[in-house]
Design a protein around this ligand. Structure first.
Ligand code: SF4
Length: 300
């Protein structure tokens, strides 16, 4: 955190707008107080921040002169205020989990490793461990750190798919492992640092494939379609070409805009299906929350 405080001081920040992922909520008040002790005023953003696609220029309205974006790395998105990114690495020791759970990978010799930015420091530890057990380990650098993926950038997995027998995702929760399942055909395992176990994502693959196929089939017959767009800076896309195409197919189309895409916001509208142009994970991770078929344009 010292490095980020220095960066904020260097740009002469006085009032800092703090954006953070939900997982850090329990720590955010401590972080805020630490910034205040360093002479910085803080405004804590309680709108959910899922990624670096979400840069809140609204902070300027609150008199902030900088943004501290925690848990993410820059996606190069322009903003009205200077943004300091704090990657928030978490030092974890996956070796005790591997000691206990390695048997689950016994059928796989060539293993591709991926992780989120928080756990990139674990990649060399896991690589070393697996190699000592006779495995061949593949790690591809597509973003800032080897093996790192984002929910919307899974290149580190796609690039090595042909070489590996399975993927092992180091994370806390399933979000990143689910992403790999959706873009590759190889088996995916999650080394879950929270649950302290390794488990397969093949059940998720079956379920997701089934729901996605059903949604696509339903979409064909839908008469009234809502195109979902977000005004989050890194998610903005022009919906009007798609609208025209769908209208040519005889559909009645509405462009529906919001900040965070959420099924509750659509309730009350007369629609038969939805198509999302926002975050590529909308309608994938939250498939079951929608009452009408939803298609994610990026996964189409
Ligand atoms: S677009 Fe979605 S997956 Fe990509 S950074 Fe934003 S919230 Fe994460």
């Amino acid at each position: 955190m010292e490095e980020e405080i220095e960066k904020l001081k260097k740009i002469k920040a006085k009032r800092v707008f703090v954006q953070f992922p939900e997982g850090l909520k329990l720590r955010i008040q401590d972080i805020s107080k630490k910034l205040e002790r360093e002479g910085l005023e803080t405004v804590i953003c309680l709108e959910p921040t899922f990624g670096a696609c979400d840069i809140r220029d609204e902070a300027k309205l609150l008199g902030c002169d900088a943004i501290l974006h925690i848990g993410h790395e820059s996606l190069g998105i322009e903003s009205k205020l200077p943004v300091v990114f704090w990657e928030y690495f978490i030092e974890a020791d996956p070796c005790p989990i591997l000691d206990k759970e390695l048997d689950k990978l016994k059928d796989f010799k060539n293993i591709g490793l991926i992780t989120s930015i928080q756990f990139v420091k674990s990649i060399p530890k896991v690589k070393d461990y697996l190699e000592k057990k006779g495995k061949k380990v593949f790690v591809h650098k597509a973003l800032q750190y080897p093996g790192q993926v984002l929910g919307c950038n899974l290149e580190a997995a796609k690039a090595i798919e042909k070489e590996v027998d399975c993927f092992l995702c180091i994370s806390a929760g399933e979000f990143y492992a689910d992403g790999v399942v959706l873009v590759t055909e190889k088996p995916v395992f999650n080394l879950d640092l929270e649950k302290k176990e390794i488990y397969s994502l093949e059940e998720f693959r079956k379920k997701a494939q089934k729901i996605i196929a059903w949604n696509k089939a339903q979409f064909k017959d839908a008469k009234r379609v809502g195109i979902l767009v977000s005004w989050k800076k890194g998610q903005v896309k022009n919906p009007f070409e798609l609208k025209k195409e769908l209208e040519k197919d005889g559909k009645e189309v509405y462009v529906l805009a919001m900040d965070e895409i959420a099924p509750e916001k659509i309730e009350g509208l007369k629609l038969d299906a939805l198509i999302s142009l926002a975050c590529p994970r909308i309608g994938i991770d939250d498939l079951e929350r929608y009452k009408i078929p939803i298609i994610n344009w990026d996964q189409n």
